[in-house]
Design a protein around this ligand. Structure first.
Ligand code: SF4
Length: 432
């Protein structure tokens, strides 16, 4: 079998797209493969030229021609919002919310568009790489977003540690309505409500939408793809990625690589090959960042919400009985159970950070990154028989856990450990 690209029909929040090609169709890069149906959803385009190989209920597969080009079939719409919708743009930071829907109702007065350029997850660096390479594109994407939404102000929220990117943005920004706002370098400063809190000084309740703070928040790459959709009539067919970890022959300094414009649908195995090839031994493959990424495998395709691919360090042996302390902004309970199993540990208790509120079947933090205290949770897990803790807490809460658990004889493991060890990154532990 040749080089097969797979395009899932649901890569976003909302309804599955409906395939509009048939097996055997000859396809060009930028051709529509699946159409957004009624309700929330988005179109899916081919990132390669080739032939439709298979259509299932879940995806369209295309056998790619040997020779590929970077050109594409342009979008047909004329108006900016129509182009964003036609392009199949979604939140590329991982949320996958269809972008056009965020702009459905323009602000009547005031209003703020905030670019989330925090690049909050450790290891990931592709958003910052694009900003450093082409800061004008982000500014232009933000200006388009401000025009469509009738917003008075635009903000670019970016961690203070990304000094070169901040400098690059300052050098090209001539728009007095756009403000660059630096964020503290802690996790989870990129959480949507944390970004609004830091930029607009308003802490929204967990059930509120950004519009309640007169804000629309979009990820940095999404803003750049808005520029491409509107100015270049380019559908969403390429994705920026960070590839990291146990890569063959990599010196420590190149254990983290960033790639811009990788065609969507490419297999995980092919992306690792492109980065140098996987090492013989690794713990797991993670799609996403160390905190919120999910385990994946070599056969999966790159989709619109993929930001990172990490081959983690091999798992160490955990304690026989382990307690889980789950954060709303880090690995969820199911992921923590998976990690505990990989550590060879039996889960004897599960606690949630007391700020991790349940909202519509998921968890959201009441005040992201500001620790409410963890001692009671640690004690409760010890009482349940835990001989060690696996935590997914934010920076501040991990500090708190580290200030009490070891004294109680409980070693602490963090959900990010294997990924961070693979790139020689400092572990999420007590920060001095
Ligand atoms: S305060 Fe708790 S729920 Fe919120 S980010 Fe920190 S650990 Fe997670």
């Amino acid at each position: 079998m040749g080089n097969v690209f797979e395009f899932p029909l649901k890569q976003h929040i909302g309804n599955k797209a409906a395939a509009c090609v048939v097996k055997g169709d000859v396809i060009h890069r930028g051709q529509l493969l699946a159409l957004q149906g009624d309700g929330l959803g988005c179109n899916i385009f081919s990132s390669v030229s080739g032939k439709v190989l298979e259509i299932t209920d879940e995806s369209v597969s295309v056998e790619a021609d040997e020779k590929q080009t970077t050109d594409y079939i342009p979008l047909k719409s004329e108006e900016p919002l129509d182009l964003i919708k036609e392009a199949g743009l979604v939140g590329l930071g991982g949320a996958g919310f269809p972008t056009y829907a965020k702009f459905a109702k323009p602000f009547e007065k005031g209003g703020n568009v905030i670019i989330n350029a925090a690049e909050c997850e450790p290891i990931l660096g592709h958003n910052i790489k694009r900003i450093e390479d082409n800061p004008k594109q982000l500014i232009r994407g933000l200006e388009i977003a401000m025009d469509i939404s009738n917003a008075k102000h635009g903000y670019i929220a970016i961690k203070e540690c990304h000094k070169a990117a901040i400098e690059a943005l300052k050098n090209v920004n001539t728009n007095s309505k756009i403000i660059i706002k630096s964020l503290e370098d802690i996790y989870p400063m990129g959480e949507e409500r944390a970004v609004i809190r830091e930029v607009l000084e308003k802490l929204l309740p967990v059930t509120a939408l950004p519009l309640e703070a007169e804000a629309i928040v979009i990820n940095a790459e999404t803003a750049c793809r808005i520029q491409e959709a509107v100015d270049l009539k380019k559908p969403l067919i390429d994705k920026d990625l960070t590839v990291a970890g146990k890569i063959k022959g990599c010196e420590a300094k190149v254990k983290i690589q960033t790639f811009l414009d990788i065609p969507l649908g490419k297999k995980v195995s092919d992306v690792f090959e492109m980065a140098g090839g996987l090492s013989k031994e690794y713990g797991e493959l993670i799609m996403g960042g160390p905190f919120t990424g999910k385990r994946t495998n070599l056969e999966k395709p790159i989709i619109k919400t993929t930001g990172g691919l990490i081959a983690s360090e091999c798992f160490m042996k955990g304690p026989e009985k382990i307690g889980l302390l789950v954060c709303a902004c880090g690995a969820n309970k199911e992921r923590m159970e998976q990690l505990a199993k990989s550590l060879g540990s039996e889960v004897v208790g599960v606690e949630y950070c007391k700020q991790a509120m349940e909202v519509n079947g998921t968890r959201k933090c009441e005040n992201p990154g500001k620790c409410p205290g963890q001692v009671a949770k640690v004690m409760s897990l010890k009482k349940a028989g835990a001989q060690g803790l696996l935590i997914s807490n934010c920076t501040d809460c991990s500090n708190t856990v580290m200030s009490c658990a070891p004294q109680l004889g409980l070693p602490v493991y963090h959900c990010t450990d294997q990924a961070l060890r693979a790139v020689n990154h400092k572990l999420i532990r007590k920060i001095k």
